[in-house]
Each structure stands twice: as C-alpha cells, then as structure tokens.
Design a protein. Structure first.
Length: 241
C-alpha cells in the first residue's frame, strides 16, 4: 500500500502537464491544407499506332510555345498587391415626447367622485375623480465611426487545377513559412484569364476573379494577439449589457 498517495497524485499530474507542453511544442510545424493543395498534371494521351504518316491524329505536339501557364498542373506566380481603405461614420439623434390628458367625465349631469379611507388623508392638490393625465419623454443619441485599411504585398506561386471551357484557369496554392515562434500561411485561390498572364508567367492579384486570399498566423505571437475566451464572450452579441 502506498504511504504517500498525495505525492503520487501530484507526480502524475506533473507528468501529464509535461506531456501536454511537449505536444503543444510539436504543433509549431506547418500543416498542409487539402483545400489549397497543388495538383499533378494530367497524363498525355496514349500515342496511337503509327500509320506511316508524319502527323498523328489525337497526339498533341507543340512546336512553338511560351512559358505561360495554360494546362492543369502548370505553375503561375501571383503578385500580391492588395490595398483597401474603408471609412464609415454614423450619428443618430432621436427624441420623442407624448402627453395625454383625460378630463373627468360627466355622467347623468354629475361628475363622479369618491372618498379616500380615513387613514389616507387628502392633500390640498389631490383630486378624487376619474380625470387622468399621462406624459412620456424619450430620447436616444448615438454615434459611431469606423476606419479600416490593410496592405498586403508579396508573391505566391500557385498551380492550375482546372481549365474552364472558355479558357480561364482555376488556380490555388499555399505558402507555409515556419518561423522560430510560429507558422505563417498564405493561401490563394481564384480564376485567371489567360490573356492577363504576363510573358514572365505572372499575374496581379487584382486580376484574379473570385479571389480568396488568407493570411493566417499560428504560434505564440499569434496567440498573444487574440483575446481569451472570456474576453471574447464579453465582446460578443451574447453579452446582454
């Protein structure tokens, strides 16, 4: 029988905490996202049997071709040049006042009145009849202002995953950079016209249709810039105050 059960339990907890720290330290490596994974080029068609002719039908032979991406599996460099600036200002001022007065009615030529009990003395300004007066005053004032801007520059090389019937290219790709204290991800997907691809096989990010650009950071630095779960609760719409 163990004579020190408390020390035994403390040692188990300490070993579990050490294991969790080791696991969290190993999670700093970059992870691949299947949604932005590159694709392999399609296999060329099977060469038909030779019939003695120089040209073979159904077999693609390119005598003159540049380096621009046009087929599934080709790579394409996207020049990131994203800059946006948004400003918004709103002011609200609402005031509402209402007054309603009901005079003491006359019933059969008399105005109804009633007496208070003896333990409730009648003041000089109090009227014991059915006359009623109501008044309300409401006001609301508010103002808001928002200013947001961002700038993203750089290059990311992606691959062509599909060629549409009109010749447009569906591209996607991901760049993973592992730093000392975290991992940085740049993910991009969208549709590019072949005519917009320059001779050096690059295209501007502003010419990518249906573009999805994600810049994500993971690690100690990214975690330090995030609010904890309790702070997020107080800043969420669920907070009633």
């Amino acid at each position: 029988m163990n004579k020190h059960p408390v020390k035994y339990k403390v040692s188990i907890v300490f070993m579990m905490l050490c294991s969790l720290l080791l696991v969290s330290a190993c999670q700093t490596q970059a992870k691949r996202d299947p949604a932005f994974a590159a694709v392999r080029p399609t296999l060329p068609p099977v060469e038909p049997e030779s019939n003695g002719s120089i040209y073979k039908p159904g077999f693609d032979v390119r005598l003159f071709e540049d380096i621009k991406a046009r087929r599934v599996g080709d790579i394409l460099t996207v020049v990131l040049n994203e800059a946006t600036n948004a400003e918004k200002e709103a002011t609200t001022d609402v005031t509402k006042a209402a007054t309603s007065t009901i005079t003491n009615p006359t019933i059969l030529g008399t105005t109804p009145e009633f007496d208070l009990p003896k333990f409730m003395p009648l003041s000089a300004t109090q009227s014991l009849n059915l006359g009623t007066s109501l008044s309300s005053d409401h006001s609301l004032g508010g103002s808001g202002e928002a200013d947001q801007n961002h700038l993203l520059t750089g290059n990311i090389t992606v691959s062509v995953v599909e060629v549409l019937p009109n010749g447009n290219l569906i591209i996607r790709g991901e760049k993973r950079v592992t730093l000392n204290n975290g991992v940085e991800y740049i993910q991009l997907s969208g549709i590019v016209r072949q005519i917009d691809v320059l001779t050096n096989n690059t295209v501007l990010s502003t010419q990518v249709a249906d573009a999805t650009i994600n810049y994500i950071g993971e690690g100690a630095i990214a975690d330090s810039n995030k609010n904890g779960w309790l702070a997020r609760f107080f800043n969420s719409p669920l907070m009633p105050f």
